[in-house]
Design a protein around this ligand. Structure first.
Ligand code: SF4
Length: 89
């Protein structure tokens, strides 16, 4: 069976205010985008737009520092979904 990853992580680009806490706490995964100046994933990701909200998505096997970065974002712009249970973390 192919392992497609355990967690969906999304950056809500519309909510992100480029505060930088996620990048400071978790530089392995996050950096500022050269395009919009907002937080962006370093790995391969997809960007989509729905009802005026732009979000960038990535699927990870392990969360590592992403969890801490998500909890620290003052604008609640990062969201994690456990793909096995559908639970929002
Ligand atoms: S901490 Fe939140 S607001 Fe700041 S850059 Fe990261 S996602 Fe954007």
């Amino acid at each position: 069976m192919i392992n497609v990853g355990n967690y969906l992580v999304e950056i809500d680009k519309t909510a992100c205010r480029s505060f930088g806490a996620c990048i400071e706490l978790c530089p392995q995964y996050f950096h500022f985008s050269d395009i919009d100046g907002k937080s962006s994933f370093k790995g391969s990701s997809t960007i989509s737009e729905k009802e005026g909200v732009v979000s960038e998505k990535i699927v990870l096997d392990e969360l590592g520092c992403v969890k801490n970065a998500t909890e620290t974002c003052p604008f609640k712009a990062i969201h994690i979904t456990d793909l096995k249970t559908g639970e929002k973390l």
